[in-house]
Design a protein around this ligand. Structure first.
Ligand SMILES: *Cc1c(COP(=O)(O)O)cnc(C)c1O
Length: 385
């Protein structure tokens, strides 16, 4: 019998197997191990088990993640950024070029422009508002990786990922997507044609602001290369933390649905405010690439941004953010609690920024929408000093 994705997510990687056990707990144990013992020398030689290659607990998490985005392989990392770095190091060599979206998680840009530049890998950034054809035209003969994030970090532009992934594939370019915004649940990057989907599990999957972890889901054409790089770099995760992410995953669809609904309500409220120049939320028709969002995503998560009217200066923007009571000021996102960040967008990208410079990013948690709106309303009232 084939079950829905949500049901499969709840049943994958569980502890008890009635086919081989009489009794057992619902959840897998936390298996702490550096050394894994073997019966004899030959088994050690053929299987070469070691803690860095995983435990029962990390394998259970991998199984569950493969229900989100079916792939040939799921690799785990101590953070989302570590996943991005290992994937890049597994896929590029000196002389290669990487084409990336300019609406990028900033540390990915820093990795490209410093560490990988030092190893002779060049990078260029496409405007996330450019047409799909214009983006494809930027692919070069030596481009080995197309790196997309959709919606874009902070600015939320949505890309035509299936078309870009196909164009990359036709040119022998590996399409990698940072699929953190959708948590791998609202958008299936692998089904859209990407060869690698990266998720910062730190965000919605862990969901409680208490774990850092990342995953790279790879199709068969690149799994070997990424797995080898991961082993060589010594990347692995602890069973305790894998267990926490697995616990978070069981309620991921419910939390995302609730937080997503609240976020849309808050976004619509902000959209009607005269202090706000633009609300950047993929489910709003004004969002760049809204048509791709409607075609490709099964819903919106709860991270979005808005831009204050240009008449409000930096001091006013800081006063607004500092005055909020329910929104914690902090990086990362996707937990049960709401967060706010203030960003100066022209310093974060190389292509033109079409709005006023100060952007407020909100990660909406599981609080009541009306409480969050009242807090924002009080904050907007303080904009004038
Ligand atoms: C947070 C984030 C990451 C990195 O995750 P960490 O676990 O914090 O390293 C990568 N990509 C995106 C889009 C993110 O928001």
């Amino acid at each position: 019998m084939s079950h829905s994705r949500r049901t499969r997510l709840l049943h994958a990687g569980r502890g008890f197997d009635p086919a081989s056990q009489d009794i057992g707990p619902v959840n897998p144990p936390v298996e702490r191990a550096s050394t894994i013992l073997t019966r004899d020398v030959q088994t050690l030689e053929t299987k070469a088990p070691y803690g860095t290659k995983g435990t029962q607990t990390t394998r259970a998490l991998q199984q569950a993640l493969l229900e989100l985005e079916p792939a040939a392989e799921c690799l785990l990392y101590p953070s989302g950024l570590a996943a991005i770095a290992a994937v890049m190091l597994g896929l590029v060599k000196a002389g290669d070029h990487v084409l990336l979206s300019d609406a990028l998680y900033y540390p990915t840009r820093r990795l490209m422009n410093t560490l990988l530049a030092r190893f002779g890998v060049s990078a260029s950034y496409f405007d996330p508002c450019a047409s799909t054809d214009a983006i494809i035209a930027m692919m070069q003969d030596n481009t080995s990786v197309l790196f997309v994030e959709s919606p874009g970090s902070d600015s939320l532009e949505v890309l035509d990922v299936p078309a870009l992934a196909q164009a990359a594939r036709e040119r022998g370019i590996v399409a990698v997507m940072d699929n953190t915004w959708s948590a791998g649940w609202l958008f299936d990057a692998m089904a859209a044609g990407c060869q690698v989907s990266i998720q910062a599990l730190t965000k919605y999957q862990a969901g409680h602001a208490d774990v850092l972890m990342g995953a790279a889901l790879c199709d068969a054409s690149v799994a070997e290369r990424v797995r080898a790089a991961t082993l060589m770099l010594g990347q692995c995760v602890s069973s305790d933390e894998a267990w926490l992410v697995l616990r978070g995953l069981r309620t991921l669809p419910l939390r995302l649905k609730q937080a997503g609904q609240t976020a849309l309500k808050v976004a619509q409220w902000l959209n009607a405010r005269k202090e706000v120049q633009a609300v950047l939320h993929p489910a709003l028709p004004s969002c760049h690439g809204h048509e791709f969002f409607r075609r490709d995503f099964s819903g919106a998560s709860s991270l979005f941004s808005f831009v204050l009217q240009p008449r409000f200066d930096e001091a006013a923007a800081r006063r607004f953010v500092d005055s909020l009571e329910l929104f914690g000021i902090g990086a990362s996102w996707g937990g049960y609690e709401s967060l706010v960040m203030l960003k100066h967008m022209p310093s974060l990208r190389s292509t033109p920024w079409p709005f006023a410079p100060w952007l407020v990013r909100l990660s909406i948690g599981l609080e009541e929408a009306d409480d969050l709106i009242a807090d924002l309303e009080a904050g907007l009232a303080r904009l004038r000093g």
